[in-house]
Write a protein that binds this ligand. Structure first.
Ligand SMILES: *Cc1c(COP(=O)(O)O)cnc(C)c1O
Ligand code: SF4
Length: 353
């Protein structure tokens, strides 16, 4: 049986009673990024109520117990109410049957456990290592390939990062550290500053890359403190943001990205090809055009990793290759991302188009 939040009078009454005590709907705009992490929506019923859409709480309870709903209000603000197919909503909406993926969908499709050098440090490719700096994110994306990652085992403090830092310091073939997660920008400025400083002291490191969705999910994360701590590093800085649809990139995101670009951070974007969200050439072309306006180069379009719980997002590789062809015919070459798939054991990501 499903619980239809928007149709049930009792649920509606309860939510009205609740929201009367709540802050006004736009109050988050005055909140710091940390307050916005706290005020994020964490359950499906509230998400359904706020957007006035039907949600199936019972049929998704297994999926949400394993990977809870997490939607910051700054993202909710960009979703269209009463539209169950909104491309931002679909990225975060648990669906019935998520836990019944086909058999070839696994919990560790990239064989990451084999690439772990130290807790929280992965190396698959020459010259660069990936540091899982934290397990926390500012949004829970239902297609996430890390949804089964053993984050409890990941380090989250300077003392816990030290073995990974020592490992990087001991190997002068490493030129670039990628801070990933989770989302490394969920780490507060003071702690992040210590980590960036410690990496800056490793003389053979040239570049620091940060993989993050935070400037998009909660643009207020791009604080003066963050800009300062990045600008003072001797390392070359690259930030790879993660937008899947042009609707994510509103004025507040544009301001945050402008501040990063002005501070000298090279901005790239990665997307995942997602059924019903961006699997048409119009959506992908618009995304690239909007990214260019914001001084962000489209870097990768990823074929979905086959992780349990994500099969409803899958688009065929043939379709992906066709979409890239259509993009190439419509955009300057630098605005077309590389369509890639990560195959275990390969020396680089495999480029399909
Ligand atoms: C994707 C990935 C990288 C980065 O690869 P690039 O092609 O340089 O963007 C590095 N390490 C790991 C483990 C990765 O999964
Ligand atoms: S922000 Fe990145 S790591 Fe976090 S859930 Fe989304 S895709 Fe996964």
């Amino acid at each position: 049986m499903s619980i239809l939040a928007s149709n049930s009078d009792s649920v509606r009454a309860a939510s009205e009673a609740q929201s009367a005590q709540d802050d006004p709907p736009q109050a988050w705009k005055q909140q710091s990024w940390q307050q916005q992490m706290k005020s994020a929506i964490r359950d499906l019923a509230t998400l359904g109520e706020r957007l006035r859409i039907e949600v199936d709480i019972e049929a998704t309870s297994g999926a949400t117990a394993q990977f809870p709903v997490f939607v910051p209000l700054a993202l909710l603000d960009r979703m269209e109410p009463e539209n169950p197919s909104d491309p931002l909503l679909l990225q975060v909406l648990p669906v019935a049957g998520e836990d019944q993926s086909p058999e070839h969908f696994s919990v560790d499709p990239l064989e990451e456990s084999a690439a772990t050098l130290k807790p929280g440090l992965l190396q698959k490719y020459q010259g660069r290592v990936l540091m899982i700096a934290t397990g926390a994110c500012a949004v829970h994306c239902r297609y996430c390939f890390r949804r089964h990652f053993p984050y409890q085992e990941s380090p989250t403090s300077m003392a816990q990062w030290q073995p990974a830092i020592d490992e990087i310091a001991a190997d002068d073939s490493i030129e670039e550290v990628i801070l990933s997660g989770g989302d490394p920008l969920t780490i507060v400025d003071a702690k992040l500053s210590d980590l960036v400083d410690a990496l800056g002291e490793i003389s053979h490191l040239k570049r620091l890359r940060i993989h993050t969705r935070l400037p998009i999910m909660i643009p207020a994360r791009v604080t003066d403190g963050l800009i300062e701590l990045l600008a003072q590093s001797r390392l070359q800085l690259i930030m790879v943001i993660h937008a899947n649809h042009a609707k994510e990139l509103d004025g507040s995101v544009a301001d945050a990205l402008e501040r990063l670009a002005t501070a000298g951070v090279m901005l790239l974007n990665q997307s995942v090809l997602l059924r019903g969200i961006n699997d048409n050439s119009q959506a992908l072309i618009k995304l690239s055009q909007r990214l260019l306006e914001l001084r962000v180069l489209p870097y990768y379009l990823h074929q979905l990793d086959q992780v349990v719980g994500t099969s409803h997002f899958e688009v065929s590789p043939e379709r992906g290759i066709e979409l890239i062809k259509q993009m190439r015919a419509a955009l300057p070459g630098y605005a077309v991302p590389r369509f890639v798939k990560e195959l275990p054991g390969e020396p680089n990501k495999t480029v399909w188009a």
